[in-house]
Design a protein around this ligand. Structure first.
Ligand code: ADP
Ligand code: MG
Length: 245
């Protein structure tokens, strides 16, 4: 589903050249939730942004849904990106648009007719449990609600992949559980392949099937989250149900 082969990326700063991504190869299976963890500055965000070529590699191959993204022209790339949603730590909502307007935006860009657009916005806002917040502006919403709007916006064009950059890092533990539940539901019910970059081990272990560890631009290991780490899984689930009582 997502395949990176020997990707490299360096940035020049003054006379120094930093190898931010160092010969990384990674395959992520369709329908899974894959975590990428590691310290700040390890290159996690840069690697995630390569998965939709927001950041293009200096060398190497980036394939999503069988398409080599690095070789696409701008029009074909725009098309391919519609099937790749993305959410961020600070939500990146458009402040002067309502929740409705934010979620409608990618549909407008995709030239979806108005009536279909309205129906789709209602559908995805219901899916994230915010159908009563359509007319609110981002400043009127809590952090968790803003992230739900961002998730609805990312889902608008029915993506097959959802890229999440520190999706819960600015949320409190209870709100984090709620957002993780939404992501889990999107994976289970809609079959969306999810990649989560985070420095929060607990959150990642709570929902990921597989996790890769990144350090100084390199992937140092990849492991299955199985019954041995099932403890943190149940731990978080228990916390979440405790919190919702
Ligand atoms: P992480 O998400 O793991 O914290 P990043 O991918 O954001 O790491 O960044 C890794 C390193 O690359 C950092 O040291 C950062 O300063 C550097 N970096 C990222 N993007 C750029 C850029 N556009 N220009 C120069 N340096 C960058
Ligand atoms: Mg980052």
């Amino acid at each position: 589903m997502i395949s990176l082969q020997k990707v490299n990326k360096s940035f020049v700063d003054g006379n120094e050249q930093y190898q931010v991504i160092d010969n990384v190869s990674l395959d992520i299976a369709e329908g899974t939730i894959h975590g990428i963890i590691g310290p700040s500055g390890a290159g996690k965000s840069t690697l995630l942004r390569m998965m939709n070529v927001l950041e293009s590699p200096d060398s190497g191959s980036v394939q999503v849904n069988g398409l080599e993204l690095t070789s696409l022209g701008s029009r074909a790339l725009r098309e391919a990106r519609r099937s790749i949603g993305m959410i961020f730590q600070h939500f990146q909502l458009v402040g002067n648009r309502t929740a409705y307007g934010n979620v409608a935006l990618p549909l407008e860009l995709a030239k979806v007719p108005r009536a279909d657009r309205e129906q789709r916005v209602l559908e995805v806002m219901r899916y994230v449990g915010l159908e009563d917040k359509m007319r609110q502006y981002p400043a009127q919403l809590s952090g968790g609600q803003k992230q739900r709007v961002a998730i609805a916006r990312a889902l608008a064009n029915s993506p097959s992949v959802l890229l999440c950059d520190e999706p819960t890092s600015s949320l409190d533990p209870k709100t984090t559980s709620g957002i993780l539940d939404v992501l889990r539901k999107i994976n289970r019910e809609l079959g969306v392949t999810i990649v989560i970059v985070s420095h929060e081990m607990d959150a990642v272990h709570a929902i990921c099937d597989r996790v890769s560890v990144m350090e100084k631009g390199r992937l140092t290991s990849t492991y299955d989250v199985n019954s041995s780490s099932g403890l943190s899984r149940t731990g978080l689930a228990a916390e979440a149900s405790e919190a919702s009582r």
